[in-house]
Ligand binder design. Structure first.
Ligand code: FES
Length: 107
């Protein structure tokens, strides 16, 4: 388990213990976090699981793959340097305490 903090579009923060290997999208959906749509269920084809990773820690994540980078060009909210698709971020002990913010819109 690794604790991840999700910041909903309203600014509300939710700490969730995420099982190793789960994606942050799966954890958000399972815990009713507001603002993650995840239309494709994690298949990396919808871009509706967009999050902003804490800039101080974004460099600790594995780099996005080609498919994720292509989809990040289609996100509806502002794309920022730390924009990622939460279905492509797997929980690992190295990410303990990571904070991700959810943009105001996904579609
Ligand atoms: S859930 Fe569809 S791209 Fe992440």
């Amino acid at each position: 388990m690794v604790q991840i903090t999700f910041v909903e579009p309203s600014g509300n923060q939710i700490d969730i213990d995420v099982s190793d290997g789960w994606s942050l999208m799966q954890a958000a959906i399972a815990n009713g976090v507001d603002g993650i749509v995840a239309e494709c269920g994690g298949s990396c084809v919808c871009a509706t699981c967009h999050v902003y990773v804490d800039p101080d820690r974004a460099g600790e994540l594995p780099q996005p793959g080609e498919e994720e980078l292509e989809l990040l060009e289609e996100v509806k909210a502002e794309r920022r340097p730390t924009s990622r698709l939460s279905c492509q971020i797997k929980a690992t002990p190295a990410l303990a305490g990571l904070k991700v913010a959810i943009p105001e819109c996904q579609t």
